[in-house]
Write a protein that binds this ligand. Structure first.
Ligand code: SF4
Length: 311
């Protein structure tokens, strides 16, 4: 049976409903704030993470020339027709969305939250780009609308972080998490299953490493190979094999069993669309992934948080 929900874990959609019962439907609008990344512009590195498609982030790409509020109007033009009555979260998504002087961030974030229909702000970034001045700004905005800080960890294993050329460490993630505690921010952590050299035990270790903090959401991506990346070269040379769907399912269920029951599980699919996705071919099939994960929970007789042991 095809299911679009889960009785075994807290989906992001249900978490939003619980959090904001006054709105019947909330969707995210992805905004390009015109940022770059310290792992691409040379301040830390130029190659980027091995799975990052630098070309898909071309500086001349259309929407980044528009103000956030203009991008929101443009996106709503299409989305309002599909999601009648929806409210929106302004989601600063591509690149590193806190990698700019704080006054520039202030202009961008306030422009976005003042747009019609916006009821929240979400900011995706790296752990090494979250200064105290940025946190102060986000805490200030959080007194007006809910703010989610989306932090890319990917793995708690420093050897893996080196292998994939993240150019930040778990210690930097810990520091960012400690400093962003108790500021009235929601925090979402992004992790990837299937990173080169990792085993199922690494996914469990990463899940358990998050027990140190109260978090609000996790995004669990399968590592997928995007055209034009270093990872594609490794794949074509036979040096990297993506996970099979069954392996990803075991990893995701192990992870969710070790995640607090109140934490939203945000998504399982990769971001790459159409021709950009090289492999695995199941990475974009949300319903199939959801079915596999539900089925494994049913078989194990467990659910989200069954193995969460934080004291
Ligand atoms: S941190 Fe993000 S934008 Fe920067 S290189 Fe890695 S994947 Fe690309």
């Amino acid at each position: 049976m095809k299911k679009n929900n889960s009785e075994y874990f807290l989906t992001y959609k249900n978490w939003l409903r619980k959090k904001h019962p006054q709105f019947s439907l909330i969707r995210k609008i992805s905004i390009d704030g015109g940022f770059t990344c310290p792992n691409l512009d040379g301040s830390k590195g130029r190659g980027g993470c091995v799975y990052c498609n630098n070309n898909s982030f071309s500086p001349s790409a259309g929407d980044r020339m528009l103000k956030p509020s203009e991008q929101i109007v443009k996106a709503r033009h299409k989305m309002d027709r599909i999601f009648a009555g929806a409210k929106y979260i302004a989601y600063f998504q591509p690149f590193t969305n806190t990698y700019a002087p704080v006054e520039q961030l202030r202009d961008l974030f306030y422009d976005a939250i003042q747009a019609e229909g916006i009821v929240g702000l979400s900011v995706g970034t790296r752990p090494d780009c979250i200064g105290d001045d940025v946190l102060e700004l986000l805490a200030e905005i959080a007194t007006k609308v809910p703010v989610t800080l989306e932090i890319g960890l990917q793995s708690a294993n420093d050897e893996t972080l080196k292998r994939i050329n993240r150019l930040h460490s778990f210690a930097e993630f810990r520091d960012a998490m400690n400093r962003s505690n108790h500021l009235g921010l929601e925090r979402s952590v992004h992790v990837i299953l299937g990173l080169p050299g990792e085993s199922q035990q690494d996914y469990i270790n990463t899940a358990q490493s998050l027990w140190e903090w109260d978090i609000d959401a996790v995004k669990i991506h399968p590592l997928h190979i995007v055209r034009g990346t270093e990872l594609e070269k490794w794949f074509l040379a036979g040096d990297y094999q993506p996970l099979e769907i069954e392996e990803f399912t075991v990893g995701a269920v192990d992870f969710i069993e070790r995640t607090h029951p109140d934490v939203a599980i945000e998504r399982f699919t990769g971001e790459a669309q159409g021709d950009m996705l090289v492999a695995p071919d199941w990475a974009g099939d949300r319903i199939q992934l959801l079915n596999e994960i539900n089925r494994l929970f049913e078989l194990r007789g467990t659910r989200q948080g069954s193995l969460y042991l934080k004291k």
